[in-house]
Ligand binder design. Structure first.
Ligand code: VNL
Length: 397
């Protein structure tokens, strides 16, 4: 029903409306945009979906404000193609005026964006890719994922301590695979072990069978594996067909292979498999239990894997940096704020190495077990506060 308002009533109503409206209407300069470029289609689509889900969860939990600014996330699908990553990064800088770019599902994609971050002088938060060299491609790169060497060296130590002397390695033939191979081979040799062969399978449409047969024929104590997230199920199916256990050959890997996102579908043949990684869905901490419960509630068909953590913690880092600069989006100031930042993640305690801008974190040795009818990577040993060994070795020289 309409009533005719007195002049005083009308003014009062207007004042109330103005009060209500002011905090809602956000001025353009109070909005900070971050462009997240990930593969959401193509062979690495699960990496993009995990990161997107984790970032959305972070904002649902913590709100969209940091350092007095409203944080707006723009998601872009690069389909896993480096030229597209680069073009999207350029568009995000030029058209959307983003304060940072983030994501990067594969090493070549992270590297393709590096010159854009350098030119635009904005942070590039690497949430997935794991080749050591990446952080050296731009002073604006900060990493919240992991490096392959970081996860691999503790596994090589475990192998040496568990009677493994002769090994064969099989990795995906590109940056992170070569890093994993190098880290494993160097450590095994330094520990008095023997490397019978180092095999590399193509990254695209890999056919693992001939490599696995060759590895089996060499009769090592252990076969070490790395393939990127998304390829583990296919690899482990072919591993199962060869029944390595019958020849007393242990199959060990980085956690990329027994990826939580695919693990449950791999079947009983992976039971007992030993891997190393910086995150397991089954990580036993109150922070992780709360994280997994919230993630699975928001995404009932998904399990958070290590990629989700890269996204979640990358967002935490961006928020914390904005808080520290009090909303100043100057890229160099944001990167400076990120250096040395330390916090408790669902994966355990983490920090950003102020010298290298790489992540320092625990690495866990795990065993695949069935719990409540589901397959999980159950952690049984913790190597605390591991730095990227490649950069640590360079610094020591
Ligand atoms: C990379 C490393 C990608 C580890 C991954 O999954 C992974 C990379 C997509 O640096 O390309 O599990």
């Amino acid at each position: 029903m309409f009533e005719i308002l007195t002049r005083r009533q009308a003014l009062g109503a207007f004042a109330v409306a103005a009060c209500v409206l002011t905090p809602v209407a956000v001025r353009a300069e109070d909005v900070v945009k971050i462009g997240v470029i990930v593969p959401m289609t193509g062979p690495s689509a699960s990496t993009g979906r995990e990161i997107e889900a984790a970032i959305k969860l972070f904002q649902a939990q913590k709100g969209d404000k940091a350092g007095g600014k409203k944080v707006e996330v723009i998601f872009k699908d690069d389909t896993g193609v480096a030229d597209i990553t680069k073009r999207l990064a350029q568009e995000l800088v030029v058209n959307d005026h983003v304060a940072a770019i983030a994501g990067f599902g594969l090493t070549p994609l992270a590297l393709a964006a590096a010159p854009i971050a350098t030119q635009a002088k904005i942070p590039e938060i690497v949430m997935a890719a794991g080749t050591s060299i990446i952080t050296e491609a731009s002073p604006f790169i900060v990493r919240t994922s992991f490096t392959l060497a970081q996860d691999t060296v503790p596994l090589a130590d475990w192998a040496l301590n568990n009677g493994i002397k002769k090994v064969v390695t099989l990795v995906a033939d590109y940056g992170p695979g070569i890093d994993a191979e190098k880290a494993f081979v160097e450590k095994i040799k330094a520990g008095g072990g023997q490397v019978l062969d180092s095999l590399r399978a193509p990254l695209k449409n890999p056919e693992f069978a001939p490599f696995l047969q060759k590895a089996k024929d060499l009769k090592p104590d252990a076969l070490f594996l790395f393939v990127p997230s998304g390829q583990g199920a296919q690899l482990m199916k072919q591993v199962a067909e060869r029944e390595f256990a019958k020849d007393n050959i242990k199959v060990i890997a980085t956690g990329d292979v027994t990826d939580d996102e695919q693990l449950n579908g791999m079947g009983d043949s992976v039971l007992g498999m030993i891997t190393s990684m910086m995150y397991s869905t089954a990580h036993n901490s109150p922070e992780n239990k709360a994280f997994v419960a919230a993630f699975e509630k928001a995404n009932p068909t998904m399990r958070p894997n290590f990629m989700a953590l890269g996204g979640y913690d990358g967002m935490a880092l961006f928020y914390a940096a904005l808080e520290k600069t009090k909303g100043d989006t100057d890229g160099a100031k944001l990167v400076d704020a990120m250096k040395g930042m330390a916090w408790m993640s669902p994966r355990g305690p983490i920090s950003i190495d102020p010298q290298t801008r790489d992540i320092v974190q625990n690495v866990y040795i795990r065993k695949v077990e069935r719990r409540d009818g589901q397959l999980y990577n159950i952690e049984f040993e913790t190597v605390p506060a591991v730095k990227d060994p490649v950069k640590a070795a360079k610094a020591g020289k």
